[in-house]
Write a protein that binds this ligand. Structure first.
Ligand SMILES: NC(=O)C1=CN([C@@H]2O[C@H](COP(=O)(O)OP(=O)(O)OC[C@H]3O[C@@H](n4cnc5c(N)ncnc54)[C@H](OP(=O)(O)O)[C@@H]3O)[C@@H](O)[C@H]2O)C=CC1
Ligand SMILES: O=C(O)CCC(=O)C(=O)O
Ligand SMILES: [Mg+2]
Length: 742
């Protein structure tokens, strides 16, 4: 790799709200760090940046950008890596298409996204876009397992300043519905590879007539890898969805589907497309061919479908047919009832890890088309992890809402390193073109796993390497030792994949003499026990696979803290480096909308503060930089100050926003450095800074707040204009002036 990252700490340029927040926060971080001899560089992993980097030959020399993600992907394998990773967009097709359109309008000659590539040239373009689509950054950077928890100060703050919780009543009609068979869960097969089996393999589909289609060649496995294969039957999925639509209507509640079309970027958009199609079945029965000819792909959602229909010659007739079907269907759970955006409009608008916890926090209520809250049928087709939500809903119906003032906490140790489990499944997931048998075949012809499938079934294989599994169990042991609390492996002995994992887990626990410190429970049982535990004010550690890592690090924080944005999220990289993620939430598109409408950014950077403190302390250890340690401890004190003094952003214009909260963070950080007695140089540097920040509080806040209430122009969405964005996010010349003294 050329162009080696030379900064001590790498901060990531991302998208949407966290990127806007960075424009305000980075000058503070960079100038404070500089005073301690610590350099903080930036690498671009934004959606727009990744698109630009993928098409250099289409662009002018000025427009071109290096492939920062590839560079970071190498860096995270180095022992010196120290990365602060903010959440980036995992793009669905509609988001990708919108970003390309914006870049084209700005003069970047990026090709269109080929929806249905036919020529080799189109296929090559599509392959480049596919590498950008969905969860394309996290699996590359997460070369370690996940340690997510609420810092003690953050948890204490949440207990003394509880967020509002909706009421749960036993008569709530809200339910979680999932398939009873023929899904990924029930069709799963799993094998741990012996040393003899390690090596190359291919995935092929053998048709009924014996002809063979190679779906994927050049798969390569190492010894000890757990290889899974499974499929979801398209027929079973469609009849499940049809039955759920009817059941929802009969119950008089809202229909909603919750998927992870971003992280599960191949399988879940297809499942989403089935939901769109089944919901509009009579329309597809009548106009299916015409819609297909017009390029409609239900996987992109109802929003894109409506736009495409509007441009068809038969628009009026088809629109009338759609309206008639919608009138006959149950009411849909809405993303934005004011704008008529439904759950089925865009595959990435409703993302299960955030959507279901928000509904549970609200007392089991979703928003209906009338703008009112209502009970909801939460449809989660695959039954692998749906029991977690089903059990949560059942538990809260029985016992009422959780009380954040007294609740304990559930931390997570998640398996994700080296594209573990579903993270690595994207290139080995296929929508089956015709009936037959899918099989994984070794070079010598031996068959590893096989399934009889039908056209349209979604078949996928995931694998998990030995070293990450062992690292994950060891991380669990050390976290349990540090906390001394209950710890549960959320694994189901009766599930093929989990049974293979347990063959690793048990001997490692036994060898470490800690078998009695851990329980092993199915996700459903673990959910119940964890909820009972935190209700009793005690703590638990959820040791889980990758998908549950994702789900649980939103579910519990959203109930305990009101949001997952405040989580400490550490990735202990397997080769010795550290990556510090900011919170457990996403890029909060709603927040950008508020900023552009009324110049108020309610993004909370507490996750960034926590990550920064950890990153500096890690740097102190890896580069023997004591100043960095002092800076890191001062970050912790500043974070505590932001919490104690209630300087976190609030929702409304005129209240503290993201920029003002960064001012307070800088003030408390400088004060902490000006009052420590370990390093006199730092003290001398920061004493006048702290004083200047204190003395100019009123001026700085006035400068920051003066523009609030009226629209803000960022000059773009996916690719904002740097000058305009800095004008909005660095609105206090006084603050910038003080920072420039460093
Ligand atoms: N690690 C990563 O890179 C991740 C990326 N994503 C990406 O983020 C995008 C949006 O995902 P989505 O599922 O909607 O989830 P988000 O977490 O972005 O948004 C859900 C809601 O959570 C609240 N929220 C999240 N972060 C903060 C914060 N720092 N401060 C205050 N409130 C916050 C907001 O609620 P309110 O409206 O109440 O303020 C927000 O509307 C997608 O493109 C997704 O792919 C998602 C998860 C992780
Ligand atoms: O990788 C992604 O797409 C999102 C991951 C995520 O939501 C998480 O890590 O919590
Ligand atoms: Mg998540």
């Amino acid at each position: 790799m050329t162009n080696k990252a030379t900064s001590d700490i790498i901060y990531t340029k991302v998208d949407e709200a966290p990127q806007l927040a960075s424009v305000s926060l980075l000058p503070v971080i960079q100038s404070f760090a500089k005073a301690a001899g610590v350099s903080v560089g930036v690498k671009d992993i934004s959606l727009a940046g990744r698109i630009i980097a993928a098409f250099p030959e289409n662009l002018t020399a000025e427009q071109r950008q290096p492939d920062d993600l590839a560079e970071l992907g190498e860096l995270v394998k180095q022992p010196t890596a120290n990365v602060i990773k903010l959440p980036n967009i995992s793009a669905s097709v509609p988001q990708l298409v919108a970003a390309v359109k914006e870049l084209q309008a700005k003069g970047y000659a990026i090709p269109d996204y080929p929806e249905d590539p036919s020529s080799d040239a189109e296929k090559a373009i599509r392959a480049r876009f596919d590498a950008i689509k969905g969860s394309a950054v996290n699996p590359v950077l997460r070369e370690g397992n996940s340690d997510r928890r609420a810092a003690v100060a953050v948890k204490n703050y949440a207990m003394s300043n509880p967020h509002s919780m909706g009421e749960w009543t036993p008569d709530s009609k809200t339910v979680v519905s999932t398939m009873s068979g023929n899904d990924f869960f029930s069709n799963e097969k799993s094998v741990t590879l012996t040393a003899e089996q390690a090596g190359p393999a291919r995935i092929e589909l053998v048709a009924k007539d014996g002809s063979v289609t190679v779906l994927k060649d050049g798969v390569s496995y190492t010894a000890g890898t757990v290889v899974d294969a499974t499929f979801m039957s398209a027929r079973a999925l469609d009849s499940f969805l049809a039955a759920q639509i009817d059941a929802t209507k009969a119950a008089g509640i809202l229909f909603s589907i919750h998927l992870k079309a971003t992280m599960m970027k191949v399988s879940d958009p297809i499942i989403f497309g089935h939901a769109v199609k089944v919901f509009l079945q009579p329309v597809f029965d009548t106009y299916g061919e015409k819609l297909a000819a017009a390029g409609v792909n239900p996987n992109s959602g109802l929003g894109a479908l409506l736009d495409q229909v509007a441009a068809m010659p038969e628009a009026k007739e088809i629109m009338a047919a759609i309206d008639a079907v919608m009138a006959d269907r149950p009411a849909l759970y809405m993303v934005n009832s004011d704008k008529g955006i439904t759950n089925l409009h865009v595959p990435s608008d409703v993302i299960i890890d955030a959507s279901i916890p928000a509904l549970i926090r609200a007392g089991g209520k979703g928003w209906g088309p009338d703008g009112k809250e209502a009970d909801t049928n939460c449809v989660i087709p695959d039954s692998s992890y749906a029991p977690v939500y089903d059990e949560s809903v059942a538990y809260f119906k029985e016992t009422g809402a959780l009380d954040p003032r007294t609740a304990g906490t559930v931390q997570n140790v998640g398996l994700m390193a080296q594209k573990a489990e579903e993270y690595g499944s994207h290139p080995t997931t296929f929508e089956i073109p015709h009936d037959g048998t899918v099989r994984i075949v070794f070079a010598n012809g031996d068959i590893l796993l096989e399934h009889a499938v039908e056209a349209g079934d979604i078949w996928r294989s995931a694998s998990t390497k030995k070293a990450p599994i062992e690292d994950w169990v060891k991380l669990a042991i050390s976290r349990q030792k540090a906390e001394g609390c209950q710890a549960i492996f959320w694994l189901d002995e009766a599930r093929a994949h989990d049974a293979e994992l347990l063959k690793y887990v048990r001997p490692i626990l036994a060898a470490a003499g800690v078998t009695d410190k851990f329980q092993i429970m199915t996700p459903r049982a673990a959910t119940r026990l964890s909820l009972e535990t935190i209700r009793a004010g005690k703590n638990s550690i959820a040791v889980s696979g990758n998908v549950l890592r994702d789900y649980l690090t939103d579910l519990f924080p959203i109930l305990e803290l009101g949001t997952s944005a405040k989580m400490l999220s550490i990735v202990k990289l397997m080769n010795g480096g550290g990556m510090f993620e900011t919170g457990a939430g996403g890029s909060a598109p709603k927040h950008v909308q508020q900023l552009t409408q009324e110049n108020h950014l309610r993004w909370d950077s507490l996750g960034e503060f926590c990550a920064l403190g950890e990153s500096l302390k890690f740097l102190a250890d890896t580069k023997a930089n004591e100043k960095a340690r002092i800076l890191g401890h001062a970050v912790d004190r500043a974070t505590q100050g932001v919490l104690d003094q209630n300087k976190s952003p609030r929702a409304k214009v005129g209240q503290t926003d993201n920029r003002a909260s960064h001012y307070y963070f800088a003030l408390y950080w400088a004060q902490a450095l000006a009052t420590q007695n370990e390093d006199s140089t730092l003290l001398a540097t920061f004493a006048p800074i702290a004083q200047a920040l204190e003395e100019n509080e009123t001026t700085i806040l006035e400068e920051l707040i003066s523009a609030e209430g009226s629209p803000a122009d960022l000059g773009g969405y996916y690719l904002t204009d740097q000058q305009k964005t800095e004008g909005v996010m660095r609105a206090s010349p006084t603050l910038l002036g003080i920072l420039s003294e460093l």
